[in-house]
Design a protein around this ligand. Structure first.
Ligand code: SF4
Ligand code: SF4
Length: 451
């Protein structure tokens, strides 16, 4: 480790947890492309905001990269064909939450070369900031760290606000996930180009890439390959969950605390994930759309864990066939074990926000989803863990009594960003974060019906 001396102190935030990382299964595995599935399911709503609107008809032939749905509003992005083929159906398809949602089904032409023939060169340096915002929207890129929030919306800073600092999130603090790590090692050129583009769009003064100390090879690589003339600081932060959360990173790297109910933009900061920026750096200068992403496929029930380049819309069943898996009773997760979503059907597709696919034997304690629950023993562990300095113990008791308004008005419920630290440390296995999710959605619904 001698070569890593001189990286300086590790910045961080207070509270948080240290779950076992389990990244060794995939962190040294270079990104590999998965084959194309016979059929793809493209949900029209795989981002925050309005769903996209189809601009193709059933039976129409499409080429890989061609737009097949347009943005349904400003907070929305278009969708692009992940393969050359034919539009089989526009209708309902199984979604990750167990329901049915509007989607476009594309059947691949088995003989097609699958070359991306769609797109033209753009000289980004000739674009004005507003044109960059539009061009980013046209790429269909959303927050690829899992949030799936349209990236161009973050770039369009309101007139009464100003962003002076861009923070690039290279933390990837969820256990098992290693896509960002591989992107920093293998796609640093695209990442720096993406940084250059967003810095120009926002007229930001400084850019800082924050990388956790368990990825020092990425720190070293970024420092070695940083283009001359691009002013970017690469800083090491402590490996701790949830270090990659926007508010935590802002506090750790620039000591700016985002006040209750506010966003990073309110303290002059914008945070982008490394995967998001590397895609902007790759796609925008070619005027192309997002049609694939890197996904960590891992967990004890996967035979060939790794980081795979997966065409968007690939059904989970097809991914599992490719990586080798033979546990008929397994449970699946999209995302990491702390904030990921349980997937009930192998017919759901990989979408823009899927950072990882984890496969565990049913009942595996590491997922801690269905453990026997006991009463609160007032140990205070959840209070010690909460990075937002909330009182999850009291919030949990109020949730049981359905005192949702009191939770919001007196105990800052809406500041909870559902990181799951409190549930993770609770010795009584109280599913605190699930209670808070329900409570937050009730409070939001009540606000809407009152307005
Ligand atoms: S889930 Fe919410 S309450 Fe629990 S630790 Fe995270 S921010 Fe705090
Ligand atoms: S960690 Fe669990 S048992 Fe301990 S105070 Fe919090 S809710 Fe109660």
């Amino acid at each position: 480790m001698k070569r890593f001396l001189g990286f300086g102190s590790r910045k961080t935030f207070s509270h948080g947890v240290h779950p076992p990382e389990a990244k060794e299964l995939t962190q040294a595995k270079a990104i590999r492309r998965l084959p194309f599935a016979p059929e793809f399911i493209i949900p029209l709503s795989q981002h925050t905001g309005a769903p996209a609107r189809p601009i193709v008809r059933e039976g129409q032939e499409v080429v890989r990269g061609e737009p097949i749905a347009e943005a349904g509003g400003f907070v929305s992005v278009p969708m692009h064909a992940p393969v050359s083929g034919v539009i089989l159906k526009i209708g309902l398809a199984r979604d990750v939450r167990g329901g049915m949602s509007p989607a476009i089904i594309v059947r691949q032409y088995p003989g097609a070369s699958q070359e991306i023939l769609y797109g033209t060169h753009v000289d980004v340096d000739t674009l004005a900031p507003a044109e960059i915002v539009k061009a980013v929207q046209n790429t269909g890129v959303v927050g690829l760290g899992g949030a799936a929030f349209p990236t161009h919306v973050k770039l369009a800073v309101p007139d009464n606000k100003r962003v002076d600092t861009i923070i690039v999130n290279g933390c990837e603090c969820e256990p098992y996930l290693t896509t960002d790590h591989r992107i920093m090692l293998e796609r640093a050129g695209d990442l720096f180009e993406g940084i250059r583009i967003v810095k120009r769009a926002m007229s930001a003064e400084r850019v800082i890439i924050g990388v956790e100390h368990n990825k020092l090879d990425a720190v070293e690589h970024l420092r070695a390959t940083k283009p001359a003339g691009l002013d970017v600081a690469i800083e090491v932060v402590e490996a701790k969950y949830p270090q990659g959360a926007e508010k935590m990173l802002s506090k750790a790297l620039v000591n700016r605390e985002v006040p209750s109910g506010k966003l990073p933009v309110d303290v002059g900061v914008a945070v982008f994930n490394v995967a998001t920026l590397s895609q902007i750096g790759e796609l925008l200068p070619r005027k192309q759309g997002l049609i694939e992403r890197v996904v960590t496929v891992s967990g004890p029930s996967v035979s060939r864990p790794g980081n795979y380049l997966v065409a968007l819309g690939t059904p989970l069943r097809f991914v599992l066939e490719q990586v080798g898996f033979d546990d008929p009773d397994a449970q699946f997760l999209f995302g990491g074990p702390m904030m990921g979503v349980s997937v009930g059907s192998v017919d759901v597709p990989v979408t823009k926000g899927v950072t990882g696919i984890l496969v565990f034997p049913r009942g595996d304690s590491r997922l801690a989803r269905d453990k026997k629950e006991f009463g609160c023993i007032k140990c205070g562990s959840c209070i010690q863990a909460c990075p937002m300095h909330l009182n999850p113990s009291t919030l949990g008791l109020l949730a049981k009594k359905q005192e949702y308004d009191m939770m919001a008005e007196q105990y800052h419920l809406m500041d909870c960003f559902e990181c799951g630290c409190c549930s993770y440390v609770c010795p009584s296995n109280i599913p605190l974060v699930q209670h808070f999710r329900v409570a937050k959605s009730v409070v939001r619904d009540r606000k809407v019906s009152a307005s």
